[in-house]
Structure formats: C-alpha cells, structure tokens
Design a binder for this molecule. Structure first.
Ligand SMILES: [Zn+2]
Length: 263
C-alpha cells in the first residue's frame, strides 16, 4: 500500500492538483501496470475505488524503487513510500508527466504491434498529410509509440527518404513502411529486454539508456542502429556516409543512396 506521497515538481502532475494526486495515491494499492504508446498506466485501487494514473518518462525520465531509508536522488519529481521501499520518479529533463489527467490517451493511434495497426489505414492517413513522412510517422495519432530513433530506423529499412512528402508516397512504400515499423520495434524490444538497464541514470556515459548503445564508454558499441546517431559513418547496406538533417527540431539520420537522393 502506498504511504506518504511527495510531489517535488508540481509541473509534472498538471493539470491534476498536487493535493488531488496525493489523495488518490495515499492508501491506494497498485493493482496493475499497462502501457499505451509512450504512456505507462498505473491502475490504482483505494478502498474499492479504481482509478488510473498515467506516467510518461519524457526523453530521459526514470521510474524505479530504492530503499525507503535512502534520500530521493536529484531531479526526483515525485516519490512515495511503498513499504520498505520508495518509488522514485525522476525526470531529469522535465519532459515527463505523472498525472490523473488521461486526455493524452485519447488521441493515440493504434499500437504498431497489435492487429489494430492496419497498413491500409496507415496509408490513407499518410496520404492526407503534406508533412515530411518522418515527421508524420512520429505523429502519435497516426501510430502510437514511434519516436525519433525508430522513425529514422524504419524509414531506412523501408528505403524511403525522410523528406518525402507523406501524401506523395506510393501504396507500396506505405506498406513497406508499416512493415518496417513493426519489424524494427519487434527487434528492438527483443534486444532491449536482454540488456541490463541503467535505471537511475547514474552510470557511465551520459547515464541514459538507448538501445544499440553501449552503457560503458570502454565497451564495444553494439551494432544496433542502421542510421540513428551515425552521421558520417558508412551505411551498413551501401557504405555511403549517413547524413543528418533537422526536421521539426529533431535530428533525422538517413542514407542518401538507400533512401533516395534526399528529395
Ligand atoms: Zn545506404
């Protein structure tokens, strides 16, 4: 059962009032945990009253347990007692959420690894957009959970330029992209589940976990990514140097040969 709840950074619980969040959590039991897109769903039961709380890690947030006797680490946004342990939600870059407001779930598109993700609907949605396909693929209402890294990776696998205008893609290209999103994510989950994660972000390097990147600077980097964060390095398919461009304020990595001329 959840004991004392401390909200250090009130911004992450908005628009829920801190007092409301404390009331919902104190004395409640966490009965289940789900995921939808990039959100974690905590199912709570408090005296038979069920409620859902959603958490979002932002880019670099962490949620973990530590001994209740240890002080909360730096950048902790919310923490609460859980028996002998303390639940810590740490939000280093302040992009995360921890709130009773579920409106973030409403606009989410289908889960890419579920049967609800249909290539025809994906194609139709792309065809309605004049945005560059990379930007559109990261639109969470189109397909839930695809972020910056896997958008670049999926486009490389599908052989599509990240700058291609979404509505001009052929049906075949849309279907290739849908399949690439599924296969890239499936493989990433499989590989990631076998890695030891640096939960608190206090480890080597920048302290953040990225799939495909070695945690310790001395270790050989895993050959995980095809293009992401590989600017200037040879494409693993054709050896042409990988290029980096900025789209919607995010870095995009692509191969100018395998993915068209960068039109
Ligand atoms: Zn290439």
């Amino acid at each position: 059962m959840i004991g004392d709840v401390v909200i250090v950074r009130e911004k992450v619980v908005r628009p829920t009032a801190p007092a409301d969040l404390r009331r919902a959590l104190s004395g409640a039991t966490i009965t289940g945990l789900d995921r939808r897109g990039k959100y974690l769903l905590f199912h709570l039961d408090r005296n038979g009253m069920e409620q859902c709380l959603i958490g979002h890690l932002g880019m670099t947030g962490r949620m973990f347990l530590q001994s209740a006797s240890e002080p909360a680490p730096k950048h902790t946004a919310v923490h609460f007692e859980l028996g002998r342990e303390r639940f810590i939600y740490r939000d280093t870059r302040c992009f995360g959420r921890f709130t009773l407001d579920l409106s973030g779930l409403e606009k989410l598109g289908p889960e890419p690894l579920s049967e609800h993700f249909r290539p025809e609907a994906f194609r139709d949605a792309l065809r309605k957009s004049r945005q560059p396909v990379k930007v559109k693929v990261m639109d969470q209402s189109l397909v839930a959970g695809v972020g910056n890294i896997y958008a670049s990776e999926a486009l490389h696998r599908a052989g599509i330029s990240p700058r291609a205008v979404a509505c001009r893609l052929s049906s075949a290209a849309c279907y290739r992209l849908a399949a690439a999103i599924r296969s890239i994510l499936g493989e990433a989950i499989e590989k990631g589940s076998g890695m030891s994660l640096d939960f608190s972000g206090d480890g080597a390097g920048d302290g953040f976990f990225y799939y495909g990147r070695s945690e310790s600077p001395g270790e050989e980097r895993e050959e995980g990514f095809r293009v992401y964060d590989r600017e200037g390095e040879p494409c693993r398919t054709c050896e042409k140097p990988i290029r980096r461009i900025v789209q919607a304020a995010r870095s995009t990595f692509y191969c100018p040969r395998c993915q068209g001329a960068g039109e």
